[in-house]
Design a binder for this molecule. Structure first.
Ligand code: SF4
Length: 682
């Protein structure tokens, strides 16, 4: 797409870049649970059982529905599984479960045509429905390309006609990892290629007057995924379409990584007002996914109404300020905002810095810095830095009684900083007014706390600007991310290149006791819920800005949670947005009925031996469906290729095919070692 076209389209993929507003899509019928329009954002997930295991699939579906899934997706790799969907559906209905079922199809149009007569929705992957993927680069002429589309139409139109006849919905689900050779040859491995891959199928559906469509643009890289969905909406609007969006990050992994990665991708788009259904893909039991999706979505339930009340309280100041914004920002490409380097430490080309508040910790105990990634050895009276060591600790007005590691900067409130005898590595934090009035600022680094609306204030114009200044951008608004984003737009308009640390505070509601559980069980559940909410909310709020290239540092404040959780959440967000790499990345699929090994066990096994390989990306796929494509984003891949068999990849190249799973991990380590990427654990 040329630059002029991008400029024309900017900001048109959503209703507003600076205030939450849900993008209204067309309502689609899926059994008796419609999607899109003014319907709630639906929750869904996918079974991991063998589809021929009827009872296992029924039982798992019930657990998923009870956990909050409104649709249940089941894989149908061939006709026999597609046929068995009838039995699964019958048993579910007999047991009183009416959630619509979705058949997941890759490669097999004949299975799709059977399934479309049975279930309420089919998912097809345009990358492999009638196309192939052998990583061939083919130069098509326009005529040849058109002939290929005609061939696909012949293969695809029977399914569309069946869906029309049976009232079955369809998801056209593009996957970054499985774009066809045809699309890759013309558009490359790009968000535009992903969009075009789906648009071709959508246009064919419209030619056949079939409109019961849902669209998705998944990738394991949240940045690519966000750009693809935005570009999809833009393209749909330009062609007069507004189909509902199914949001998801593929192969997000498990635990903290999986939750943070999912929230960066899905949460960013929800903030944009996009999304009609959410599936969080975790390498965990499928019933663990729905609560995560629900927590992500619930933040937007009635947000528009709540915002109206908030804006009225502020006498519409927010609304007026926001309507004047005309961003020069390209939401389809990552570009870090230009800032200067302050004190050769923050801003410019530096990785985003991490700040945590340790002012309430025991400042008499050097071991308290373990939570910040500085491991104290009492024997040697020395610190060892972990991979995730924070850059600044905020101590407010508290003074530690021990010496800090040399590379850890301390932040103090201005009045306390003034009184410090030794100011080496210690920097002041000012209010806006304090900074303007101060007569003894630091010659190295001055942090100024600021709220988004301050940029329109008279005081802002009085700010003495020099390369020691760094903003700490805070907000307590419901619309906090958009509020902070509008601040960045205004900074761009004013051509101000001051580095900005994005700060968000989280205070969660107090514990509600669950009947039938002991006090300690309730506490465990509560703490784990707090941790999950912190991961999801902060990854959404901060991740949404980082994927747009905003932010030179992040600061998460959550007084109810231990500092080590905050530290690891902050580094997890930076890793998921690929703005600062501090650990190995596992691109592991959630598993499904096609899976050829135990995903959870295998991921844990691979992690246990490779988690020290900082920066390496390892793909772990239960089957080849998304395999080679996703391998292009991973450095190495471990992919199920048959019962007890694994194929190992270096990038997208299969280097060891169908080897026994018994020694596949050793073989993988051998390849990593051959490449000079192996490091022995000290
Ligand atoms: S990659 Fe994983 S989730 Fe995807 S189809 Fe294969 S086994 Fe299923």
């Amino acid at each position: 797409m040329n630059t002029d076209a991008v400029k024309l389209l900017q900001g048109r993929y959503c209703n507003s870049l600076t205030e939450y507003s849900r993008f209204v899509t067309r309502e689609v019928t899926i059994g008796d649970v419609p999607m899109g329009g003014s319907n709630p954002i639906r929750i869904q997930s996918m079974t991991t059982t063998d589809t021929m295991d009827t009872i296992g699939t029924v039982e798992q579906s019930i657990r998923m529905i009870n956990a909050g899934c409104e649709y249940v997706r089941i894989t149908a790799p061939s006709i026999k599984e597609a046929q068995n969907l009838a039995e699964i559906k019958k048993q579910l209905r007999q047991r009183g479960y009416t959630a619509p079922l979705v058949a997941d199809i890759h490669f097999t149009p004949n299975a799709a045509e059977v399934a479309a007569r049975i279930v309420e929705k089919v998912r097809v992957n345009p990358g492999n429905y009638a196309d192939k993927k052998k990583f061939d680069q083919i130069d098509y002429t326009d005529l040849e390309y058109q002939a290929e589309l005609e061939r696909i139409y012949q293969k695809f139109s029977p399914l569309v006609k069946i869906c029309k006849e049976y009232g079955t919905a369809m998801r056209i689900g593009t996957n970054h990892g499985s774009l066809s050779d045809r699309i890759m040859s013309r558009y490359g491995d790009t968000p535009q290629g992903m969009v075009e891959s789906a648009m071709e199928f959508m246009r064919m559906c419209e030619t056949l007057n079939y409109y019961n469509l849902v669209i998705s643009m998944k990738s394991s890289n949240p940045q690519v995924m966000v750009q693809a969905y935005r570009l999809l909406v833009e393209t749909m609007v330009a062609e007069g379409m507004n189909y509902p969006l199914h949001l998801g990050v593929t192969e997000a992994g498990d635990g903290e990584d999986g939750r943070i990665k999912s929230a960066v991708g899905i949460g960013t788009l929800l903030e944009d007002g996009l999304g009609d259904t959410v599936r969080v893909s975790l390498t965990e039991e499928p019933e663990a996914e729905a609560p995560v999706a629900i927590a992500l979505v619930e933040r937007y339930t009635s947000r528009s109404e709540k915002l109206k009340v908030e804006n009225q309280k502020l006498n519409n100041v927010v609304e007026e300020a926001q309507s004047s914004i005309n961003p020069q920002h390209n939401p389809y490409e990552y570009k870090k905002r230009d800032t200067y380097e302050a004190n050769a430490f923050i801003g410019g080309h530096m990785v985003p810095r991490v700040v945590i508040d340790l002012s309430k910790s025991n400042l008499k105990d050097p071991a308290m810095l373990n939570d910040a990634g500085y491991m104290y050895s009492p024997l040697l009276d020395k610190y060892n830095m972990a991979e995730q060591s924070v850059d600044f600790v905020y101590l407010a007005n508290q003074l530690p009684s021990f010496t800090f590691p040399a590379n850890l900067k301390q932040l103090y409130n201005y009045s306390t900083w003034q009184k410090l005898a030794n100011k080496v590595n210690c920097h002041p934090v000012f209010s806006l007014k304090e900074y303007i009035d101060a007569d003894d600022r630091s010659s190295a680094l001055n942090l100024v706390r600021i709220k988004p609306a301050d940029i329109d204030s008279e005081d802002f114009g009085l700010l003495p600007l020099n390369n020691t200044l760094v903003f700490v951008l805070e907000t307590d608004a419901l619309n906090g991310m958009s509020d902070q984003r509008s601040f960045f737009f205004k900074m761009e308009d004013l051509e101000l290149n001051v580095p900005v640390i994005i700060k968000r505070d989280y205070l969660f509601e107090s514990e509600s006791l669950e009947v039938g559980k002991s006090e300690s069980e309730n506490l465990v559940t509560y703490n784990s819920q707090l941790t999950t909410n912190l991961q999801l909310f902060s990854a959404t709020d901060l991740g949404a800005l980082l994927v747009d290239g905003f932010g030179d540092g992040i600061w998460i404040d959550a007084p109810q949670l231990p500092a080590n959780i905050i530290t690891s959440t902050a580094f997890g967000i930076l890793q998921a947005t690929r703005s600062r790499i501090s650990k190995t990345e596992y691109i592991s699929c959630p598993s499904c009925g096609r899976t050829l090994f135990d995903l959870m066990e295998t991921t844990q096994m691979i992690r246990s031996r490779t988690s020290h390989l900082k920066g390496l990306k390892i793909g772990i796929m239960g089957c080849i469906v998304n395999g080679p494509g996703e391998m292009a984003d991973a450095d190495y891949g471990y992919v199920g290729s048959g019962p007890g068999k694994v194929t190992l990849y270096r990038g997208k190249e299969a280097v060891k095919k169908n080897i026994s799973s018994v020694n596949a991990l050793d073989e993988l380590i051998g390849i990593i070692t051959e490449d000079g990427n192996w490091i022995e654990i000290e």
